[in-house]
Design a protein around this ligand. Structure first.
Ligand SMILES: C[S@@+](CC[C@H](N)C(=O)[O-])C[C@H]1O[C@@H](n2cnc3c(N)ncnc32)[C@H](O)[C@@H]1O
Length: 253
């Protein structure tokens, strides 16, 4: 059997963060990044087709990919993100093509600009894994949701995006290399074209599910959607694996 390690560990400055990669990230998403488009589409698949009359809070909205999509379904859409450059990109898109989305700077772990029991749906696409304190984030989400409110989120699939994972080629086929699944906490990938050069927080599936349950949420969707054709074509090492974990949960207590 022949193994070839993929070149994933090129040196890049280790002080990258969301501010420093914001322009690059906005361009990536707006160029139609297959992974981000797929994350958006699977998240939208567990939201009502019509959100007219609903207030949707999009946490870690970035340049507004999800916020625009829920606004297009009729929601009163508010996107929050601590990264000022990304909020500026989102606001610029709203000015260029108004859809009624509102954006402001806020931290997902406190949501200090959002009132209690004011939100029908929280969306969080690939952002909970960027928040250092998941417990505070879920507590804040519970605070801002109305009694019948729900959260829907995606995170990079924890099994296949753990620290020190990677890709290898075995007998000519690209395969995903499992990393240190139990190593919860901050990690970054020193790869110039990876979003994860800004760093993010790895957590096990059990941590996500238990944190939700500890705050009185009941899961009604737990899914591992298979990659679509565009993801398979651009990320051959992900063929046969779910790129993201998709969760929907409702407030119960
Ligand atoms: C991978 S991007 C996802 C952006 C957007 N949801 C999308 O799907 O394109 C992760 C986002 O999490 C944001 N983020 C980082 N720290 C955060 C925090 N403490 N609270 C909320 N969002 C945060 C980043 O600024 C970035 O916009």
């Amino acid at each position: 059997m022949k193994w070839t390690a993929a070149a994933r560990y090129a040196e890049v400055p280790v002080d990258e963060n969301w501010d420093s990669i914001a322009d690059w990230y906005a361009a990536l998403v707006r160029d139609g990044s297959p992974m981000h488009t797929f994350s958006r589409d699977i998240l939208l698949s567990v939201l009502p087709l019509t959100l007219t009359g609903a207030v949707v809070l999009d946490i870690g909205c970035g340049e507004g990919l999800i916020t625009r999509a829920v606004a297009a379904r009729g929601a009163a859409a508010l996107g929050v993100d601590p990264t000022s450059a990304l909020i500026e990109h989102a606001q610029a898109a709203e000015r260029a093509q108004p859809i009624g989305a509102i954006y402001r700077q806020d931290d997902g772990s406190t949501l200090s600009s959002v009132g209690n029991a004011t939100i029908d749906w929280v969306t969080a696409a690939l952002s909970l894994n960027n928040i250092p304190d998941l417990d505070s984030a879920i507590e804040s989400i519970k605070r801002v949701l109305k009694p019948e409110g729900r959260i829907a989120f995606t995170v990079p699939h924890p099994c296949f995006n753990a620290p020190r994972g990677g890709s290898v080629t075995i007998n000519g086929s690209p395969r995903r290399l499992i990393g240190d699944y139990f190593a919860e906490g901050f990690w970054r990938l020193n790869e110039p074209q990876s979003v994860r050069r800004a760093g993010n927080y790895h957590r096990t599936i059990a941590t996500y599910v238990n944190t939700l349950m500890n705050h009185g949420f009941a899961l009604d969707v737990l899914a591992e959607p298979a990659p679509d054709d565009r993801v398979r074509a651009t990320n051959p090492h992900r063929i046969g694996l779910p790129p993201f974990l998709l969760v929907r949960a409702a407030v119960t207590a």
